[in-house]
Design a protein around this ligand. Structure first.
Ligand code: EPU
Length: 343
């Protein structure tokens, strides 16, 4: 065994590094502050052969056991205005930057475009992995490109929007580049001809209640922060990973059958002709809202969020998730797919 020069830590507790607050250890842990750290890792034979988990803010993660491999914690920093053209101002941020701090920083620079995505937990590098989205806007609409290190070839990859194959809470990083590419930085295109995006009824209502008829990007950010704070638990107070399930997409035929049986069914037509159902509504109808199973529970104000009521293990969370999935399947015949990554 060689003695590594990397700043590694062993048997490292991940409790403070996952927003569910689950207590599990990583065999090895490496804070990544630069590309050089990752390049050095590729030549460390003992470490390079271990299974890897790239960690950002740990806000989309369920730790069901100790992780027997190496956790790469992205801690690189930096954000800058990288250029502009007729259509957009380009902002580049390092993967280790906090997402919400980036949103606030862009607003402070007078740049609009990310305001609907305010207060989403997690890091910049994690944002494209699952194409974060909220209140009518998805990351892909503001995405310009990213660079990543291919841990297998050592190549720096430059990916544009098409290459990332974004879809609803999905991207190439969950498929062919999974366990292979480590995102280094992300560049956003913030539109010069900005229009407020008020497609989402909650946001429009919040602004109307504030009597803001021509809201600025800052006003929208404030409204989104207020809505999120009301509906979603603060991970610093109650452990959670945001929406635990994706909103399922069903065929028009399935939706029509369900709608006939359940006239209140929340459903949205998709561009491909399918219908997105509100998983929170389905779970709520099954009576799970506010309920617990062991130390894991379903949040009182939003049934799509599973929470740690104190000392929950990953297995408690999985048990609850399976019980919820089984009930939704039995009642509606709809399969719920979890959003977080399970380790
Ligand atoms: N609903 C209920 N009961 C509930 C929860 C929701 O009846 O307990 C109904 C609501 O009344 C509403 C519908 O379901 O008619 C949708 O609820 P909401 O507007 O709260 O949004 P969501 O579909 O539950 C999605 C995202 C959130 C995002 C919000 C706002 C997913 C999986 N979740 O939630 O994203 O913040 O829209 O855009 O797409 C996340 O991914 O972690 C996340 C929080």
């Amino acid at each position: 065994m060689t003695i590594s020069k990397l700043p590694l830590q062993f048997d490292f507790s991940l409790r403070r590094h996952n927003t569910f607050g689950i207590d599990a250890n990583a065999h090895a842990y490496l804070p990544v502050t630069s590309l050089e750290t990752l390049q050095a890792l590729r030549f460390d034979q003992d470490m390079a052969s271990l299974p890897r988990l790239v960690l950002g803010g740990g806000s989309n993660l369920v730790l069901t056991q100790d992780f027997p491999g190496l956790v790469l914690h992205m801690c690189n920093r930096g954000r800058e205005i990288a250029g502009a053209d007729e259509d957009a101002v380009y902002v580049r941020a390092a993967a280790g930057e906090n997402w919400h701090e980036l949103v606030l920083w862009t607003l402070k620079q007078g740049l609009a475009g990310l305001e609907n995505l305010s207060l989403i937990p997690g890091s910049v590098g994690a944002a494209p992995i699952q194409n974060i989205g909220a209140y009518g806007v998805e990351l892909q609409e503001r995405f310009h490109g990213l660079t990543a290190l291919d841990m297998e070839s050592g190549e720096i990859l430059t990916l544009n929007r098409d290459a990332c194959a974004f879809d609803y809470r999905d991207s190439v990083f969950k498929h062919s580049l999974r366990d292979r590419a480590v995102v280094l930085d992300v560049t956003f295109a913030l539109p010069k001809r900005w229009q407020p995006d008020l497609r989402y009824a909650d946001v429009a209502q919040e602004l109307a209640a504030r009597e803001l008829l021509q809201p600025s990007a800052r006003d929208i950010s404030d409204a989104v922060i207020a809505i999120r704070t009301r509906k979603l638990p603060d991970p610093a107070v109650i452990g959670n990973a945001g929406s635990f399930f994706k909103n399922p997409i069903v065929t028009a035929a399935q939706r029509n059958v369900l709608l006939a049986q359940h006239p209140q069914l929340v459903n949205y037509l998709q561009p491909n002709g399918g219908y997105k159902l509100a998983a929170g509504w389905l779970i709520d109808q099954c009576g799970w809202k506010g309920k617990s199973l062991g130390a894991a529970g379903v949040y009182e104000k939003q049934a799509l969020v599973l929470v740690n009521r104190g000392g929950a293990s990953g297995r408690d969370v999985v048990r609850l998730a399976q019980a919820v999935q089984a009930d939704v399947m039995a009642r509606f015949g709809v399969a719920l797919e979890p959003e977080p990554i399970f380790i």
